[in-house]
Write a protein that binds this ligand. Structure first.
Ligand code: NAD
Ligand code: UD1
Length: 336
């Protein structure tokens, strides 16, 4: 299939393009590079030993997006482009609604005008909010606790309404749990701007000496060791879930939300110890206050992904920590 990938130069987009090419799909990447580097796509071409089109396009720019859509004429779109920092979303909510909601709207309009009716959307487990029960399944109530999560929920609803109103349309709303890890080559990985908000990139930067220690946000949660627990999903497994979703939407109509996680929760200290083992370096930690808005524990019921996509996570903590260390130690300053 011909697949247009918005936000293709980003962390998950770059890994997904590699898996799409390996599965024989034709790809076109568009990105405005607001949180990524074109270098990631150069490396994807090298790893895949294959070429693909690329354009510097903001998805909200109807005329440039329309031109790309008309020329490439995709069968399907994977929509990664968006902003993802929770704390920033509280400070500049309009920027988040503009990018994540309006961006999705503009993309669907461009799809309509080029008769493209299939979309895979990057959603997040954050749409569930405070757990009423665990594991979260897709029927769990949706009540995101922050602006970022609300932009994802609104975008999901826009896509579902578009799908219901468009004969033949098909959409997969993939709700990612915590994407971590890097490609096994160490050539592509997560390269956050400034101080990382998320656990694994922070731990990796401590290991290479860019930061003195990790602040562990709370050790008094009602969890096995008192630190927060999450369902960490290897980015290569996540990328493969997109390939499976592309196959699903090519054969079906309608809109499906699907959790993409492992079904297992690891604590902050599990991740720290896993990373120490992978890197043979100590990760000094300091226990500090809980971070505002953090939940104690959550993880996925991943059975729908197995049934609908025929996909399940195959990579575990060892591969997550080993690949993150390989990427970070080979590229201590990311793509810079
Ligand atoms: P990322 O920031 O690395 O990738 C997003 C890409 O989109 C970047 O390359 C950025 O430059 C581009 N972009 C942003 N706004 C754009 C616009 N208006 N037009 C064109 N390009 C634009 O983030 P990621 O981790 O790869 O996340 C990809 C998607 O998955 C995002 O939508 C994010 O909200 C979602 N998601 C991520 C996580 C996570 O933890 N990484 C978890 C759940 C959901
Ligand atoms: C965060 C977002 C979530 C988003 C996800 C993307 C919040 C409240 N939630 O989830 O919406 O979808 O990123 O992956 O920001 N931790 C530390 N020290 C650190 C960083 C994190 O102890 O320096 C702990 C956190 O308290 C948490 C765990 O590590 O228990 C994971 O944190 P993080 O990687 O930021 O992800 P989430 O908070 O789960």
């Amino acid at each position: 299939m011909k697949v247009l990938v918005t936000g293709g130069a980003g962390y998950i987009g770059s890994h997904t393009i590699l898996e799409l090419l390996r599965a024989g799909h034709e790809v076109f990447a568009c990105d405005n590079y607001c949180n990524s580097s074109p270098e990631a796509l150069r490396r994807v071409r090298r790893l895949a030993n294959a070429d693909f089109g690329e354009a510097d396009v903001d998805v909200r720019d109807a005329s440039r997006l329309g031109k790309v859509m008309t020329e490439f004429s995709p069968d399907a779109v994977i929509h990664f482009a968006g902003l993802k920092a929770v704390a920033a979303s509280e400070k500049v909510p309009l920027e988040y609604y503009d990018n994540n909601v309006l961006g999705t709207l503009r993309l669907l309009e461009a799809m309509d005008s080029t008769h493209c009716q299939r979309i895979v959307f990057s959603s997040s487990a954050t749409v569930y909010g405070e757990p009423k029960y665990l594991p979260y399944d897709e029927a769990h109530p949706l009540n995101p606790a922050n602006t970022y999560g609300r932009t994802k929920l609104v975008a999901e609803q826009v896509i579902a309404d578009w799908c219901a109103a468009t004969a033949g349309a098909s959409a997969a709303l993939l709700r990612y749990f915590n994407p971590v890890g890097a490609h096994s080559s160490g050539e592509i990985g997560e390269d956050p701007n400034g101080t990382p908000d998320n656990l694994m990139p922070f731990v990796a930067q401590v290991a290479v000496g860019r930061r003195p220690h990790l602040n562990v946000f709370g050790n008094d949660y009602d969890t096995r060791d008192g630190t927060g627990e999450r369902d960490y999903i290897h980015v290569v497994d996540l990328a493969r879930a997109h390939v499976a979703a592309i196959e699903l939407i090519s054969e079906s109509t309608g809109c499906e939300a699907v959790n993409i996680g492992t079904g297992t929760a690891f604590s902050v200290m599990d991740m720290v110890r896993g990373f120490e083992a992978a890197s043979s370096r100590p990760i000094p930690v300091q226990f500090v206050e809980r971070r505002d808005g953090d939940l104690a524990s959550y993880y996925a019921d991943a059975s729908k992904a197995r049934e609908l996509l025929g996909w399940r996570a195959e990579l575990g903590l060892k591969e997550i920590c080993g690949s993150t260390w390989n990427w970070q130690s080979r590229n201590p300053n990311g793509y810079a």
